[in-house]
Design a binder for this molecule. Structure first.
Ligand code: HEM
Length: 521
């Protein structure tokens, strides 16, 4: 997840998945052009293909000015919209990557995805793993080794049928989350307010992904969060808040400045939890083997006992899966609840759908929730409006490509402004309005799918997609069936800031008003 701005502060804060560019594309020497003069994609009738030299170029100093003097530092997503207006749909950014700003251009790049797609250099993340002797996981690995790793990791995770097998585990986690919400409401002065729902959803997402990966409950939804879990949460924050500065400072300063030590301590915290839980599972497996008993279990048991993966590679992969599976899902849920609270009519439609399709005294199955069109549309539209991963990238390493009528030599790095793309007015009329109906398959023309590649694309796409979707559907179903979610009128407008992923700029308070029905929530 991290590494876009390995060499500048600029995008670093929004660099969840991003690599630093592998190659420096040749850029034109003229100054920045305004949007009106920015070249758009070429018509096929023009006889000469343009090159990267013909693209507008965003200046580094100007970027610094925008980030630090105009305050875009934490609003990278807004900067994407600004730069799109200024430079047009395709331009060379100040890191010399080619910046892509429309669904159509994104589609062109993604259709050129290679056998082993790459987001770029992940050397800073790799450095930690080399230092501690851990293997590379799906984020840090590249090339053929990455491919072999994904073949193993995809099993039991990526296919909808695979994720369905986790329905019961996830439903147990949802049940505990519902209890926690009820407890927090009762503790509030009005009896129905939860003051920092994002925090609770964070614990829920960690509990859910850990219950799948480790086949074990961590207790994050207890009234008190276990110390080890809290350490893990703090470690993620520590790693993310120090890796930018580590990238910016020269290696020789690492022993003089505190950042490298903090960065390593952050990773240590992340890997400690993963390693402890993996070691515990290995002990259980070993005991069963020693007693000639069958070894049963799901994800981790499968990785440890049915694959050729070495233990150090299992550490590397599980730690990265754990890291990827928490902030993403929890923030998407936060945005979805916020949007539903602000749009009671949409919430009513959703409530009607789910209360019609599943009897009130029954918890829904994985198969049921994944077939609810409005629930799916609500989540998709929330991810369009608030793409938690607002940047992504590809390096087309092995071939020259033509994108938008421009020719690029091999090794060109493309950066995708996911936020600008999913707010593209031509693809999504009224892009800042919440309209889940856009996504319904009811005969209307649906938007270009490349407008919201929330989980990425192709073989390098998100490995946890099916799990994340199931997790989100199950918990939203139960919340909306039991409660009417209402905004807290004392709260100021909720905005988003980019801190690696798109998060709310303040704690979100919501009212959970009991619908008073007899339900199995
Ligand atoms: C709402 C939830 C989530 C969103 C929006 C999300 C989004 C993404 C995106 C955009 C990518 C980049 C894909 C590409 O470059 O084409 C990605 C990669 C990845 N995600 Fe997710 N993700 C989510 C949940 C999860 C979960 C729950 C897990 C773990 C089980 C996970 C594990 C990963 C991993 C390991 C990768 C790297 C894959 C690779 O490079 O081969 N994600 N995710």
């Amino acid at each position: 997840m991290a590494a876009w701005l390995s060499r500048t502060v600029a995008w670093r804060n929004g660099s969840w998945l991003l690599p630093c560019p592998v190659s420096v594309v040749r850029v034109c020497s003229r100054g920045v052009e305004s949007a009106s003069s920015a070249p758009g994609p070429l018509s096929t009738f023009q006889d000469k293909l343009r090159t990267v030299e013909d693209l507008p170029r965003a200046g580094f100093l100007e970027l610094m000015y925008r980030l630090f003097f105009q305050g875009y530092y934490k609003r990278i997503h807004e900067l994407q919209i600004y730069e799109k207006q200024k430079y047009g749909p395709i331009y060379v950014d100040s890191m010399k990557s080619v910046c892509i700003n429309t669904p159509k251009l994104l589609e062109e790049v993604m259709r050129n995805d290679e056998k082993f797609p790459s987001r770029g250099d992940m050397s800073l993340w790799q450095e930690y793993r080399n230092l501690r002797g851990f293997g590379y996981g799906p984020f840090t690995e590249n090339g053929e080794r990455w491919y072999d790793l994904r073949v193993v990791l995809n099993k039991r995770m990526l296919h909808p049928k695979d994720s369905a097998q986790y329905g019961d585990i996830l439903n147990d986690t949802v049940t505990d989350f519902m209890k926690k919400v009820c407890y927090l409401r009762q503790c509030s002065p009005t009896g129905d307010l939860v003051t920092n729902i994002a925090n609770e959803l964070y614990c829920f997402a960690l509990e859910a992904i850990a219950s799948i990966l480790f086949e074990k409950r961590l207790g994050c939804l207890e009234k008190e969060i276990p110390a080890g879990t809290q350490d893990f949460i703090n470690a993620i924050a520590k790693m993310f808040s120090n890796d930018m500065i580590v990238m910016l400072t020269p290696k020789w300063s690492r022993s003089l400045l505190p950042y490298w030590g903090r960065y390593i301590a952050g990773w240590d915290g992340i890997f400690n939890l993963a390693k402890t839980l993996i070691d515990q599972k290995m002990e259980v497996i070993q005991q069963r083997l020693d007693n000639n008993q069958d070894v049963e279990g799901e994800y981790l048991t499968y990785l440890l006992s049915n694959t050729q993966m070495s233990t150090k590679d299992v550490y590397g992969s599980i730690a990265e899966l754990l890291l990827a599976g928490v902030d993403t899902t929890s923030n998407t849920l936060t945005w979805t609840l916020h949007l539903l609270s602000m749009h009671p009519q949409n919430q009513d439609i959703l409530y009607k759908e789910l209360s019609t399709l599943v009897p009130a005294d029954r918890i829904p199955t994985a198969a049921e929730v994944t077939q609810m069109p409005y629930l799916r549309a609500v989540v998709k539209e929330s991810m369009r409006m608030y793409p938690v991963v607002p940047l992504n990238a590809r390096v087309i390493a092995d071939k020259d490509v033509t994108i938008g009528g421009y020719q690029f030599s091999k090794n060109t790095s493309f950066r995708f402004s996911q936020y600008a793309i999913s707010h593209d007015e031509d693809t999504f009329p009224e892009p800042f309005t919440f309209k889940p109906e856009r996504w319904l398959r009811d005969g209307r023309e649906r938007p270009n799918a490349f407008g919201t590649l929330s989980f990425g694309f192709g073989v390098r796409g998100c490995v946890g997609r099916r799990i994340a979707e199931l997790e989100m559907y199950l918990v939203l179903f139960r919340l909306i069936r039991q409660f009417e979610i209402k905004p807290d009128p004392t709260m100021e407008e909720l905005k988003c800031i980019c801190r690696t992923v798109l998060i709310p700029d303040k704690p979100l308070s919501l009212y959970f008003v009991d619908r008073g029905r007899n339900s199995a929530a």
